[in-house]
Write a protein that binds this ligand. Structure first.
Ligand code: TXA
Ligand code: MG
Length: 340
């Protein structure tokens, strides 16, 4: 049934999607970051379906998606003009804001019983049209099985959730390919709970004040979702710090079949016989790498390789979110330059 929404007229499709949500069904929808698994944020049974379909721990709250800022009056306290400045500047787009929760409109399980809520207005034309047509807020985590790489193409949603959800809206692959930046605005200075393509530097230049960086390593994760294993293929994955070009570490002596994910212009450094997936054209094409990362991890997952190596990009503001996801996918398994 998951393909049933594919070849219909837009109006009919939007009507069917709205009806499905009204009846508490959950549907995969496209956004510019990754595909989301959406349901009526006010309906606890719909939200329970989302958690069950993904196998997601119930203490990990969902992001609530809207099409207009007026909707926020129904369920958040939005008194801070600086948050409104950020919303005006970056919405619709790939950033979520954590705000104080207000009232009882949202189902408790949408926000994992917290007193805050993450909200986002996507820019994807189809995702936005769905939110507008539906009218009520839609809770939507990424539409993958919990722990697997997020879906950047509708086929990924089918691979993970076929038979578990009402349907998926088939659209183009996501343009950004990494989940939204999550900015916690319930504390001051605001703090990045999850890095994304809207960087700390971009936020600071609009705010004209400091934004705190997300916590890494052993520190307590601020975003409940950050504490779980994430984005991971089934095989062990190692990051080659400093990039493939400088690396001689990949051990080719054993019987293990090796997979390598790296920029196209590093192909010559891939060991002979390894299964190579090109992530982007060059080491500087980090946006392209972000767009292709999850599809590459999923292809490796499906392949017969035993171990995976992935190119580590040079660290700067622009690659922070990309490297954050790569490290998480690797479970922080890193090959340092000094091992070479
Ligand atoms: O790009 C995205 O954000 C995608 C698309 C579908 O919008 N959604 C997404 O949702 O990535 P999800 O559920 O996979 O990630 C939501 C993240 C989790 O790390 C969660 O813990 C955090 O946001 N989060 C949500 N509500 C929160 C809250 N009230 N306080 C702290 N963290 C929160
Ligand atoms: Mg997710």
């Amino acid at each position: 049934n998951i393909d049933q929404l594919k070849n219909r007229d837009t109006k009919d499709k939007l009507d069917e999607i709205k009806t499905a949500f009204t009846y508490g069904e959950v549907v995969g929808i496209p956004t510019e970051t990754v595909y989301g698994l959406a349901g009526d944020a006010r309906n606890s049974e719909a939200i329970q379906k989302i958690f069950s379909a993904k196998g997601r721990p119930g203490d990990n709250p969902l992001i609530v998606h809207i099409h207009s800022v007026e909707q926020l009056d129904d369920f958040t306290e939005l008194r801070d003009p600086k948050v409104q400045t950020l919303m005006t500047h970056f919405w619709p787009g790939p950033i979520s804001f954590i705000l104080p929760l207000k009232g009882s409109m949202l189902a408790g399980n949408t926000v994992a019983e917290l007193n805050s809520v993450a909200v986002r207005m996507p820019s994807h034309p189809v995702g936005h049209a769905i939110l507008e047509h539906v009218g009520f807020p839609l809770a939507a985590p990424s539409a993958n099985l919990s722990g697997k790489p997020s879906p950047t193409a509708y086929r990924h949603v089918i691979d993970d959730l076929n038979g578990k959800v009402y349907g998926v809206v088939a659209s183009e692959p996501a343009t950004f390919g990494l989940e939204s930046t999550v900015l916690d605005c319930t504390q001051y200075p605001y703090r990045i709970a999850r890095p994304g393509s809207i960087t700390k530097e971009a936020l600071e230049s609009v705010l004209e004040e400091t934004v705190n960086r997300h916590e890494t390593g052993a520190e307590k994760p601020i975003s409940p979702g950050m504490k779980y294993k994430h984005y991971a293929p089934r095989q062990p994955l190692s990051v080659i710090e400093g990039g493939l070009r400088n690396n001689t570490h990949i051990d080719t002596d054993g019987d293990e079949k090796i997979g390598v994910i790296a920029p196209e212009n590093c192909r010559e450094y891939v060991p002979e016989g390894a299964y190579f997936i090109s992530l982007c054209s060059s080491e500087d094409s980090h946006r392209e790498a972000a767009r292709n990362l999850y599809a590459a991890l999923r292809r490796m997952d499906k392949s017969d390789v035993d171990v995976i190596y992935i190119h580590g990009f040079s660290k700067n503001a622009e690659t922070e979110a990309l490297m954050n996801r790569i490290y998480k996918a690797a479970g922080d398994e890193v090959i340092k330059d000094d091992h070479i």
